[in-house]
Design a protein around this ligand. Structure first.
Ligand SMILES: C[S@@+](CC[C@H](N)C(=O)[O-])C[C@H]1O[C@@H](n2cnc3c(N)ncnc32)[C@H](O)[C@@H]1O
Length: 306
């Protein structure tokens, strides 16, 4: 990784005695912390870079208050597969942003992970740690506090492992018109579980999770096209389209149905075999935000990985 903001932040944390501690577990059975590859570090760096720009701009807009929201916050640290060192997770990166956000809403389903985060952050009146399914917590507790007429704005990161995110959250963020969104579109998990070349064999529960992320069943039309050589889907023979076509359909959906004015082409995030694991989407109402993120994405686009 480059010795950019991230290394500086880590050094600052370590010098203040903040680290996951000697008991930190990175085992296959019960992982308190994740091991992350090169591209996940790139994702953290991209989000962190934008968060700095965002917070600087918003802090200068008189009358506006800006928040940070992390729907899948994690425990605060991850172990780098590239360097073997601890890396700050997305919530700690956000807490390092200067000028700071006014409030931080950090959500995780896993109580143990949230406890780790709490230990690291310590008592802070501007941080709200919320345990639960973010698809519920965001809609009920967090988004109602970021209304346009309250002159509030937020940067929100939705970074699930796989098919755990509901379109309802994305659409609610779009309706609010106050939220800049980074979103992990988990194409590998989607292909593994829902978009099979034999769609008739997909488990009903997995198809349901796909519909939850897409917002309805139109992913079936977006992901398959009629083809005489294809497999049967109901009475029709179909063939699966490319990843690029599926991702472009989701991008169009974020604009046309999600209510986001700007959605630049997402960044593919790869594994060590160079296969795309997920696409990092950005969606916002703001043209300047779009330019900043397009510029950040372009600076990372030529990276080849570790
Ligand atoms: C990929 S990790 C997030 C990593 C974090 N964004 C970072 O970069 O440091 C995903 C996290 O989401 C949590 N999670 C899974 N399903 C969830 C849900 N429905 N709501 C909230 N958190 C969830 C997991 O416990 C895990 O900590």
């Amino acid at each position: 990784m480059s010795s950019g903001d991230l290394s500086y932040d880590r050094a600052r944390h370590e010098s203040r005695g903040i680290s996951p501690g000697a008991g930190a577990k990175v085992t296959k059975r019960k992982r308190e912390f994740d091991e992350i590859g090169y591209w996940s570090e790139v994702k953290l760096e991209i989000v962190s870079k934008y968060a700095h720009a965002y917070s600087t701009i918003l802090a200068n807009q008189r009358g506006l208050t800006h928040y940070y929201i992390d729907g899948f916050a994690g425990p605060g640290f991850a172990l780098s597969k590239t360097t073997g060192e601890w890396v700050l997770g997305s919530p700690l990166n956000a807490l390092n942003v200067a000028p700071p956000f006014k409030r931080y809403f950090l959500i995780d389903l896993d109580g143990g992970r949230l406890d780790s985060l709490k230990r690291v952050i310590g008592p802070r009146s501007d941080v709200e740690l919320l345990k639960g399914d973010c698809n519920d917590v965001l809609l009920r507790k967090v988004f109602p506090q970021v209304r346009f007429e309250q002159y509030r704005r937020a940067l929100c990161l939705l970074d699930p492992y796989g098919l755990q995110l509901s379109w309802k959250v994305i659409a609610a963020a779009g309706r609010l018109q106050t939220i800049d969104l980074f979103l992990n579109f988990p194409i590998m998990d989607i292909n593994r579980n829902a978009l099979w070349t034999r769609p008739d064999r997909v488990d009903a529960a997995d198809a349901k999770r796909m519909s939850a992320l897409w917002g309805d069943e139109s992913w079936r039309q977006a992901a398959y096209r009629p083809s005489a050589q294809g497999s049967l889907f109901g009475d029709v023979a179909v063939q699966k389209v490319s990843n690029d076509a599926i991702v472009e359909a989701f991008r169009t959906r974020l604009r046309d149905h999600g209510g986001f004015k700007n959605v630049p082409s997402p960044m593919p995030m790869r594994n060590s075999s160079n296969a795309v694991v997920y696409y990092l989407f950005f969606a916002s109402q703001n043209d300047a935000a779009n330019h900043i993120v397009t510029d950040i994405f372009s600076r990372y686009a030529e990276r080849k990985g570790a």
